[in-house]
Design a protein around this ligand. Structure first.
Ligand SMILES: [Fe+2]
Length: 372
């Protein structure tokens, strides 16, 4: 089967473009609202006509671009019949044959992570949404509204009954793993280990998951067909949707090496001084603690989507800085996850820096850093 298939996002959320080679009509699966302009630019540049968006489920970690793309392009916005979003223009049912941008696929309703989850089964691959991730990523968490571990177990049994040569394309991939077949996943994905339904529910209950309060806000925004990014606060937690506590290290478990203020101070005078990445809010730069000289400033909640601005520093040493060392720690983890090799977090942040009597500048006053 000739297929045009492309993943369009740089981050952990995967957005797939589907179509047939030589045909201008294409569909997008799981587009992210933050990336709306990038998609539109891409479609224009490639001379492609968007005919449909499918969301594999109501997302809890990002706002879908489906409603906005429907508004802007007139494309179909397709979700499962159980999806709460009122703006979906077509509704899917289990077992339905779906023709999308010239491609034939089958819809499999796979509740578990959410009640409205679907997998799209093509002849050589299966788009699994958050029903199944790759390898030790496991699958989407089942503790959010609409989640049901027992239903998830049943959905996974149905996935396991598909031809095992199908290649798995999930809605998230947090560690840049290459897609692999269901056969490979049977051996490498802890969610697919043989278990009874009760054993699976127990396994899910034992997983260690991050806080979910903000994800409920994101779900509500998607129920309401939000059109503007930034309506909901979305923390930079690159593994938000994942059921953690399985095998490998996630971003939150990555070891970060800190650097002491006293050690950093003399190094700022050297020619090969590290790049200082301050991840506080803009208002804090003008506050009493001030900031270090020559900082690159990217607030922590914008870091994941602004990594391209740091591309020139990929081979340099980067020291992340915040107020007390918490956000800078997270920032260092995000950079490490993105492949930046030499990253340190300023231990104790600007509080520790100033407590040592070390100098800083303040953005609003025009002070140079030696004066403050
Ligand atoms: Fe999800």
């Amino acid at each position: 089967m000739a297929i045009r298939f492309q993943q369009l996002n740089p981050g952990a959320c995967r957005t797939y473009l589907l179509g047939k080679p030589g045909i201008t009509e294409v569909a997008l699966v799981d587009p992210v609202l933050d990336r709306l302009d990038a998609y539109l630019t891409f479609l224009r540049r490639e001379n492609l006509k968007l005919v449909a968006v499918v969301d594999t489920h109501t997302h809890a970690d990002h706002i879908s671009a489906g409603p906005a793309l429907r508004d802007l392009t007139g494309c179909d916005y397709i979700m499962h019949a159980a999806a709460p979003a009122g703006c979906a223009s077509r509704r899917l049912l289990d077992g339905q044959a779906l023709r999308l941008a010239g491609l034939e696929m089958r819809v499999m309703h796979t509740p578990g992570h959410t009640g409205d989850a679907v997998c799209l089964v093509l002849p050589d691959r299966v788009l699994t949404g958050d029903t199944l991730f790759l390898d030790d990523g496991g699958a989407g968490r089942d503790d959010l509204p609409g989640g049901d571990a027992g239903a998830h177990w049943h959905s996974l049994q149905r996935l396991l009954a598909l031809p095992e040569g199908l290649v798995v394309y999930p809605a998230h991939e947090y560690r840049q793993r290459a897609p692999s077949s269901l056969a490979v996943q049977k051996g490498s994905n802890p969610h697919l280990r043989p278990r009874t339904r009760e054993e699976f529910i127990h396994y899910i209950q034992e997983l260690r998951l991050g806080p979910a309060g903000w994800m409920k806000e994101v779900l509500r925004a998607n129920y309401a067909c939000a059109l503007e990014p930034g309506k909901v606060w979305i923390p930079v937690d690159a593994h938000a949707c994942e059921a953690r506590g399985t095998l490998g290290k996630g971003a939150n478990e990555q070891v970060v090496v800190t650097i002491d203020p006293g050690e950093l101070r003399p190094r700022l005078e050297r020619d090969d001084r590290p790049v200082l990445l301050d991840v506080r809010e803009r208002s804090e730069l003008a506050g009493a603690l001030g900031h270090l000289p020559g900082i690159v400033h990217i607030p922590i909640d914008e870091l994941s989507r602004r990594l391209a601005e740091l591309e020139a520093y990929r081979q340099r040493e980067i020291v992340t800085v915040c107020r007390s060392g918490g956000r800078s720690h997270t920032a260092a983890q995000i950079l490490q996850q993105a492949g930046f090799a030499h990253v340190h977090s300023l231990e104790g942040g600007m509080l520790a820096w100033r407590a040592r009597g070390l100098p800083a500048g303040r953005q609003d006053s025009g002070d140079i850093w030696h004066k403050l």
